[in-house]
Design a protein around this ligand. Structure first.
Ligand code: SF4
Length: 322
């Protein structure tokens, strides 16, 4: 997708995409590291897998290009190897560079999940015989004209922008998700209806109406070996109430970040979420303090949570030590 090369001009600070606002909703400090301070960040392997699956499926298969599943899976592998070679993928929790075994497993996983998706799109059924009834997709990676919105409480004017993965023959927008199968992250209607993305894309298309997620569930065992994914559609309606709620969220966003003044007096508190401690990571506070997916853990821990270094002894304390 052509983020830097849009027919609608360059992205301004007041142009808001769903992912930008969602980052702030996840954690204002994460937003500040990414968009204000622009601290160095890295991608995880899962994110790179999603990008390769996404690009080959949308830009090649659904655009009417190559239709042979084996060739497309090979293309996904090449694309993923290139992304890995050109980035510095790390484990979100440990911040360590991934090793060769992790990379090879990640590629094998993508081959299995990618094939599962493409087979399901071609045959209308996933590997478990579940039906997948998609309408004909007529446009992919669609960038609609930015939508200007004057927010009622702050009075500020922003523009909603973004790329919609696909639009079907009935005009329904959709988004492809290579999604975790873990029960806390699994995609359900309950999760979909709380996504700001669906609402902002419906706003770009003129108002309330249906939205769908095309979900590829990343099935794997506890050694991270992949097996065939389930492929399914979650379709639901975005209502005017959803749009009003999101406008309220956008108002809160521009006010708290002080967007009008280039973030100068914004509030960006860290909002960590403790997600437990495994035996392997017992006592490693720098890893365990926050379980959110975030590539700024190291800097965040140092700046906001690490106990201050003990000052050197002086006076009586120093004399006692000597
Ligand atoms: S590590 Fe957690 S608290 Fe810190 S910036 Fe990231 S999400 Fe926020």
């Amino acid at each position: 997708m052509a983020w830097g090369n849009s027919e609608h001009g360059k992205w301004e600070q007041t142009d808001l995409s769903p992912s930008k606002v969602k980052t702030w909703m996840t954690c204002p400090k994460q937003f500040a590291y990414k968009y204000v301070i622009r601290a160095p960040s890295y991608a995880g392997l899962a994110m790179l897998q999603g990008s390769s699956l996404h690009d080959v499926t949308l830009e090649e298969f659904l655009q009417g290009g190559e239709q042979d599943v084996e060739a497309l899976v090979e293309l996904m592998e090449l694309d993923l190897r290139e992304r890995i070679a050109n980035s510095d993928p790390r484990d979100y929790k440990t911040n360590k560079k991934v090793d060769v075994l992790e990379i090879e497993n990640c590629i094998e996983q993508l081959q299995i999940w990618g094939k599962g998706l493409l087979d399901a799109l071609k045959t209308g059924k996933d590997s478990y015989d579940n039906e997948l009834s998609l309408r004909k997709i007529i446009e992919v990676e669609v960038e609609k004209a930015p939508l200007e919105v004057t927010l009622p409480k702050s009075g500020m004017t922003i523009r909603v922008r973004g790329f919609i993965d696909y639009i079907d023959e009935e005009g329904t927008p959709g988004d492809l998700k290579l999604a975790s199968n873990y029960y806390k992250a699994v995609w359900t209607v309950a999760r979909a209806m709380t996504e700001i993305q669906a609402v902002m894309y419906r706003m770009l298309l003129g108002g309330p109406g249906p939205f769908e997620y095309l979900v590829v569930d990343k099935k794997m065992n506890n050694r991270k070996q992949a097996f065939a994914p389930t492929v399914r559609k979650i379709r639901f309606d975005v209502t005017q109430r959803d749009i009003d709620r999101v406008i309220d969220t956008l108002d809160a966003f521009v006010t708290q970040t002080d967007l009008a003044n280039g973030y100068e007096n914004g509030f960006f508190p860290p909002i960590p979420e403790y997600a437990g401690e495994t035996k392997a990571d017992a006592g490693k506070n720098e890893r365990n303090f926050c379980g959110k997916l975030c590539s700024f853990k190291e800097i965040c821990y140092k700046e906001n949570f690490a106990p201050p270094a003990k000052p050197s002894p002086i006076g009586d304390e120093l004399r006692d030590k000597l």
